[in-house]
Design a binder for this molecule. Structure first.
Ligand SMILES: Cc1ncc(COP(=O)(O)O)c(C=O)c1O
Length: 409
């Protein structure tokens, strides 16, 4: 933290220091950390600093290396995750910065059902640079077997979109014994629901775009590493060198979003549990995946390592792609869109994205903060539409195809 103090621009007053308030709960930290010092007439909020360069002799120097608005955002994300955060232009920029630490020819163990953009980056964008070992991340023995001689274990838990849960502590222990570094994408659970560094990970990645920023108005990422490791410096250097830097305005929006994050997460998580239960007994629903359900294959594992079960639900409707597409196209309140984690509930059929191997009938639901009864009424309406198509009494909608170059989010 002394280093971080030194890095601070003279343009931003030093903030309160989080470790001086160890008794604060995470929901308080989300509000209180990353603010300017309390000086008369000083602003309560960290101002957005638009600057490409700074007067000489200071710690920041150039806008590709640092920015006071990023620093405030990094403080709060770092405190929430229990490490030191480095912000990036997007979640994928943070993912890429972690992957880039693996030497050419190194082996990476990664979930077969993980976020498609991450798998596409690893496999397609930089083909041949690494040896990729896709695994079922919930199959602990298989993952450990795949770790032999590898450099990095990439974990997503729960996975996007199938909601498989990895045993993070067991995997981290085994991977470390083999000499691997362990990275966890914590976008779905957030630090309020899961703290991978405490579960043994070396580095945590976020699409801040999603729940942390929470308003579907900014694309941003972060990587958080355990204190005392080389990760932070490597990631900072990689960010500067590659220019994968967040815009100050996006950093400001994310910081503002994080102030209400605990409230949003609590509300959305409660509604998600409620909706998952109702979906599970709906006649048009074939299967629901939500780790909070007692019947979920990974319920006990999730209970052991998570605090709550998150805001994401996957469910399959009867009858395949056409009824699922009809459901997605019939939303009135719920937003039919890709991405997740906003205050507004959104839903999409994942298999419409080329390359995503989800079942054709799988709908991914990101539960937001609307009244749960309004959400359920809309879901019932969507499922009615799906049922009509399945029985041949409704208007069949075309199966939407997306442009090949897109991954969805
Ligand atoms: C689990 C997960 N990780 C990473 C990303 C990439 O984040 P971004 O879209 O901010 O680049 C996404 C995007 O959907 C995601 O769902």
């Amino acid at each position: 933290m002394t280093r971080d103090r030194e890095r601070r621009s003279p343009y931003s007053a030093p903030t309160e220091h989080p470790e001086e308030k160890p008794e604060w709960s995470p929901s308080t930290q989300a509000i209180a950390v990353g603010r300017p010092a309390k000086v008369p007439d000083g602003p309560l909020n960290q101002p957005v600093v638009f600057a490409s360069t700074y007067h000489a002799h200071g710690p920041v120097a150039y806008g590709r290396d640092d920015n006071p608005t990023w620093t405030a955002l990094e403080e709060v994300i770092g405190v929430l995750e229990g490490g030191t955060a480095v912000s990036f232009a997007s979640g994928m920029a943070a993912v890429a910065a972690v992957f880039d630490q693996v030497p050419v020819g190194g082996a990476i163990v990664l979930p077969r059902d993980g976020y498609y953009g991450t798998r596409a980056f690893a496999a397609g964008t930089v083909a041949g640079r690494w040896e990729l070992r896709p695994v079922d991340i919930s199959d602990t023995d298989a993952v450990i077997a795949a770790c032999r001689g590898a450099a990095l274990l990439w974990v997503e838990s729960p996975t996007n979109p199938k909601m498989d849960v990895a045993d993070i502590p067991a995997l981290a222990t085994a991977a470390h014994a083999e000499g691997l570094q362990v990275a966890v994408d914590n976008t779905f659970m957030t630090p309020l629901g899961q703290r991978p560094l405490e579960l043994g990970a070396d580095v945590v990645v976020h699409s801040v775009t999603k729940l942390l920023a929470g308003h579907s108005d900014a694309v941003l990422g972060a990587a958080v590493a355990a204190a005392g490791t080389d990760w932070c410096e490597l990631l900072r250097r990689r960010r500067s060198a590659a220019g994968a830097i967040p815009g100050p305005m996006e950093a400001y929006l994310a910081l503002r979003g994080i102030r209400t994050f605990a409230l949003r997460f609590r509300q959305a998580q409660q509604s998600a549990g409620d909706l998952a239960l109702r979906l599970a007994s709906h006649p048009e629903v074939d299967r629901v995946r939500y780790p909070g359900l007692l019947a979920d294959p990974w319920h006990e594992r999730a209970r052991a390592q998570m605090d709550g079960f998150g805001t994401m639900i996957s469910f399959e409707v009867l009858g395949g792609a056409s009824p699922a597409e009809a459901a997605a196209n019939s939303t009135r309140l719920i937003v039919h869109a890709t991405s997740l984690g906003g205050v507004e509930t959104s839903m999409e059929r994942r298999a419409k994205w080329p390359g995503d191997e989800a079942s054709p009938s799988l709908l991914r639901l990101s539960v937001g903060c609307e009244d749960v009864e309004d959400l359920w009424a809309d879901l019932q309406h969507c499922l009615d539409a799906a049922g009509k198509v399945r029985r041949g009494t409704g208007t069949e909608v075309g199966i939407s195809k997306t442009r090949v170059a897109r991954d969805g989010a």
